[in-house]
Write a protein that binds this ligand. Structure first.
Ligand SMILES: [Mg+2]
Length: 308
């Protein structure tokens, strides 16, 4: 795709063509449908409109702090009847990936309870990493003979962990120092979407600490990496990239993900990527960051679809 073939400003005609020529719509959530708790105008109506027109919808999010059921409840609460299997979140994705490789053994997880819920639901055993693992406040040294390391851990999973600590990074890196221990990461986002001046470190921040200490590189599952699409295709083999639209607000994750998987991509300017930033990218050579189409927001896309 050349710069001249991409970043087309969406029109009514393009919108109708997207509707007529595609069966599946993948939505990122934060910055596209909402900045929770604020739901963007037109978001719920767009989801219902596409569903009424026979389209298959999935919600692809790198957020590992919620389960499929958590997200399905949120959608139902705001007026869109979502089934849990439409939610492609990284906690679920991690469990699916372990299933796909017929993983046997125990996992040490830097993550939240959502990770434990999805992994245990598929029968995987977790030993440590979820919740606080603090040092005594007066600690000046680590007692390495008191770490209670599990001899049966053969997978370390790095996700967003609000209780991350030195001791948890130490344990993760120590497990990874053993031969044949699998190293997975839900995603490598630098920060979380945030509308004010506060920077919320993302899962990539924690991953960088673990990878640096362990001197190892993980398999990263979430957008823009391929395992997320592989998981969708394994559960829904009818999803055809050529008849799929990926709608997102961040070029480095959502748009790169869709482009690499061969979908049509639609960037909305209601979130992470500004028009000015997109313009600057057109001068560069990172073609997979350029969306097929761009539009102000989901409300405008809906208006185009509904216009006569
Ligand atoms: Mg987003």
């Amino acid at each position: 795709m050349s710069a001249s073939e991409s970043c087309t400003r969406l029109t009514e005609a393009h919108s109708k063509s997207l509707l007529n020529n595609h069966d599946t719509f993948l939505f990122d959530c934060d910055g596209v449908l909402w900045n929770f708790p604020e739901i963007f105008p037109g978001a719920v109506e767009l989801l219902n409109y596409l569903t009424e027109h026979g389209k298959q919808l999935f919600f692809v999010t790198n957020n590992s702090t919620k389960t499929q059921d958590d997200y399905a409840k949120r959608f139902n609460d705001i007026g869109y009847k979502a089934k849990p299997e439409q939610i492609i979140c990284t906690a679920w994705l991690t469990a699916q990936h372990l299933k796909s490789i017929d993983f046997k053994g125990r996992c040490y997880v830097l993550g939240m309870h959502s990770m434990a819920h999805e992994l245990e639901r598929e029968g995987f055993e977790i030993c440590g990493g979820i919740g606080p693992d603090p040092l005594a406040s007066d600690a000046t040294a680590i007692k390495t003979d008191k770490l209670n390391l599990d001899p049966n851990v053969n997978c370390v999973i790095s996700a967003l962990d609000l209780h991350v600590s030195y001791i948890k990074i130490l344990k993760a890196a120590t497990y990874l120092n053993r031969p044949n221990v699998l190293f997975l990461a839900t995603n490598d986002d630098a920060s979380l979407p945030q509308s004010d001046e506060v920077i919320m470190p993302g899962a990539g921040t924690i991953l960088a600490s673990v990878a640096t200490a362990a001197c190892r590189s993980p398999t990263i599952l979430g957008k823009p990496h391929a395992p997320m699409f592989d998981a969708i295709r394994s559960v829904f083999p009818n999803v055809d990239p050529k008849r799929t639209v990926m709608i997102g607000d961040r070029v480095e994750t959502d748009i790169a993900f869709g482009n690499r998987q061969g979908t049509t991509t639609l960037l909305v300017f209601s979130g992470a990527t500004s028009e000015k930033y997109l313009d600057s990218l057109k001068q560069g050579d990172e073609r997979d960051l350029l969306p097929s189409f761009c539009v102000k927001d989901v409300q405008q896309f809906l208006n185009f679809l509904k216009s006569n």
